[in-house]
Ligand binder design. Sequence first.
Ligand SMILES: NC(=O)c1ccc[n+]([C@@H]2O[C@H](COP(=O)([O-])OP(=O)(O)OC[C@H]3O[C@@H](n4cnc5c(N)ncnc54)[C@H](OP(=O)(O)O)[C@@H]3O)[C@@H](O)[C@H]2O)c1
Length: 246
Amino acid sequence: MKLTGNTILITGGATGIGFALAHRFSDNGNQVIICGRSQSALEKAKAEVPAIVTRVCDVADTDSRRAMVEWLKAEYPTLNVVINNAGVQVRRDFTADPEIGTLDQEVAINLTAPIHLIAELLPTLRQQEQACIINVSSGLAFSPMADVPVYCATKAAVHSFTLSLRHQLKSTGIRVVEVAPPIVDTGLGGKTRSGGTANQMMVTPEDFATEALSQLEADKDEVLVGVSAKTRELGEAMFERMNSRA
Ligand SMILES: NC(=O)c1ccc[n+]([C@@H]2O[C@H](COP(=O)([O-])OP(=O)(O)OC[C@H]3O[C@@H](n4cnc5c(N)ncnc54)[C@H](OP(=O)(O)O)[C@@H]3O)[C@@H](O)[C@H]2O)c1
């Protein structure tokens, strides 16, 4: 995809990977719109990159998401790139307490919300000369970490859905791309994140964004950064090795 002159929505763009992408795309001459649930996180992002437009939106809340879609259609009719990046990760221990109370939210944020958003924004994307849907999955889509089982299952589903969507839209002008990050140093999962916070394979959000943009520019259907290339290649053959370390 071209890296300049786009109008880009990044869900969960106030922090971590989303913010690193937002910052880079904004510097490259794109109109960037970010959304998230926390007003203060959005304000902090805007203070750092004033050209970014912010919108409070919970993508898993139907009314909130639809209100954002209507606002986008009215205010940003040239929207041509949607980056489904918002995500959460919850540790679940099925030998003790699997935290079932947060199950539906995790699935909704990581899987069903991006599908709804794509369906709702397709009419806008179809009007553009060039458009792109970018779904952020994970290296864990291809081989799970067992301590975050539902998270990994949602990311495997995002991978599968992205393959089908790409196939269905292949005769349209809309490209469908999967971005599978490796372990990136963000707040994902909080203090109990899978793999810990001092993993030697961890990369910074800024380094991740640099590599991701370079693969996007090269028109890769699957942007595989760092260890994600390995899990994509070897799949579940990596499972025992990954989980014996955990
Ligand atoms: N970090 C990694 O190692 C890693 C590896 C592979 C894949 N990923 C994926 O990369 C994406 C970004 O994660 P990150 O690592 O950058 O973590 P992060 O800093 O926690 O970013 C997640 C963002 O999503 C937003 N979000 C969560 N629920 C939302 C909702 N319902 N509606 C709107 N926004 C919502 C959060 O903002 P609010 O809480 O304010 O809403 C936050 O800004 C996720 O899809 C994650 O699964 C991350």
